[in-house]
Design a protein around this ligand. Structure first.
Ligand SMILES: NC(=O)N[C@@H](CC(=O)O)C(=O)O
Ligand SMILES: [Zn+2]
Length: 427
């Protein structure tokens, strides 16, 4: 099967290409990238007016399978991923049962194979049942094929247990992904601790809840030598701590989510749990610091923290609903609308923070449009404007703060290993 992608603006951080190029895909590989290619192909895609970038890589997705399949399944999550332009996603372990052993890792991999839509890389839990007390069998999960370890959904509050996990991770240079939240300091908070929380009579979550653990985890990584990736950074001082650590040559990388650079707590007009996530929407000062962090490389990647929940679970408002919002199908639109279109990042920088950098952190041979690489490609129209309609999401999770909002930037095709897995014209 050959696919010829013509007339697109190819943006590839690996080769530093940014311009009009045609791409010929032969079977699963990129076989040629040239200003013009004219040859027979099984399929020709006219990408005129579109960007052609390495398929997006999401380091932070909750697929809810096994056990929480009323929220999402591996198949529905994978459908949402390719609809959002993602060719590789990492699955967080807070499922039921928790992904803390080889059996669950194998289950996720086989479900991913059956779905046959995008690459799904399981992440293993750090402690058994994420209870924070006893280490999971990290080596066993590594042999089964996890890409990293994380306790996401919470922090390992016992520093000694976390240090021991990092020492095991270091043995194989495995990535440790850190959800940073001092749970004792949360003390029942449900949204950011500011005047908006007071206005809504809701209990606040301070920035220190996050910052204290960011600092601790960086210190533990420095102590052990383990590679640390800070998840969903949302605070100004969090960015500053990470910037400081990088300046000192520490092995730390970081991600932020589209909602944390596009929305603030000012956007929470009423007690609507579609605006409830962890970490919470912060102040405009924090939002600006996140954008600055992305621009200066303190933050390496955009991840969605796609966290689908059932509509009924979200109905009760901030005090009763679970934390989390869906993200796979709005990430591109939010990134184009709030960063690219505003000139805050260049197209090459966008490809870096949506794909290339994540591939480097995960140590996978992806995120590139170089000849000979696997053809994981997203083609999107940066000028297409539309109103977000969560009822059209492929995800089972309709819990988004962007419903009804106008966004710019729409995925046209998602190609995974040389196969078209999403085609907007066939919707
Ligand atoms: N982010 C969230 O608000 N929720 C996530 C957990 C997490 O990533 O912390 C979830 O699993 O629902
Ligand atoms: Zn988290």
């Amino acid at each position: 099967m050959n696919i010829l992608v013509k007339n697109g603006r190819v943006v590839d951080p690996d080769t530093k290409r940014d311009g009009k190029f045609d791409i010929l895909i032969k079977d699963d590989l990129i076989s040629e990238v040239s200003p013009t290619i004219d040859c027979k192909a099984d399929q020709i895609i006219d990408a005129d007016g579109c960007f052609v970038m390495p398929g997006f890589i999401d380091m932070h997705v909750h697929l809810r399978d096994p056990g929480l399949t009323h929220k999402e399944t591996i198949e529905s999550g994978a459908k949402a991923a390719v609809r959002g332009g993602f060719t590789t996603i990492c699955a967080m372990p807070n499922t039921k049962p928790v992904c803390d052993n080889a059996e669950v890792v194998e289950y996720i991999k086989s479900k991913a194979d059956n779905a046959d839509l995008c690459n799904i890389l399981p992440i293993g839990a750090i402690t058994k049942n994420q209870s924070g007390e006893e280490l999971a069998d990290i080596k066993e999960m590594e042999n089964a094929g996890i890409i990293g370890i994380s306790e996401d959904g919470k922090s390992v509050m016992n520093s000694l247990i976390y240090k021991n996990a990092m020492e095991i991770a270091l043995e194989s240079d495995m990535l440790v992904l850190a959800h940073c939240e001092d749970i004792n300091l949360v003390d029942g908070g449900v949204m950011n601790d500011d005047s908006n929380a007071k206005r809504l009579h809701l209990k606040g979550i301070s920035n220190e809840v996050e910052d204290i653990i960011i600092a601790r985890d960086i210190l533990l990584s420095n102590m052990t030598g383990a590679r640390l990736h800070i998840c969903h950074v949302s605070t100004k001082s969090g960015v500053e701590i990470i910037r400081f650590a990088k300046q000192h040559g520490l092995k730390v990388t970081a991600e932020c989510c589209p909602h944390h650079f596009s929305l603030s707590s000012n956007d929470i007009k009423e007690d609507d749990a579609n605006f409830k996530m962890n970490p919470p929407l912060r102040t405009l000062d924090d939002v600006n610091a996140i954008i600055e962090g992305l621009r200066d490389g303190s933050i390496d990647v955009i991840s969605t923290d796609h966290a689908p929940h059932h509509t009924d679970e979200k109905a009760g408002g901030f005090n009763s609903a679970p934390f989390g919002i869906t993200g796979l199908e709005t990430a591109l639109g939010v990134t184009v609308t709030y960063l690219l279109d505003k000139g805050l990042i260049t197209p090459l920088e966008m490809a870096q923070i949506t794909s290339y950098n994540a591939a480097k952190i995960l140590k996978i041979d992806k995120g590139s449009l170089k000849e000979g690489k696997v053809a994981d490609i997203v083609i999107f129209d940066p000028d297409k404007t539309y109103t977000v309609d969560s009822s059209k999401f492929a995800s089972m999770g309709k819990n988004t703060p962007y419903d009804g909002k106008i966004l710019k930037g729409e995925v046209k095709y998602t190609i995974v290993s040389g196969n078209i897995k999403y085609n907007s014209y066939e919707e």
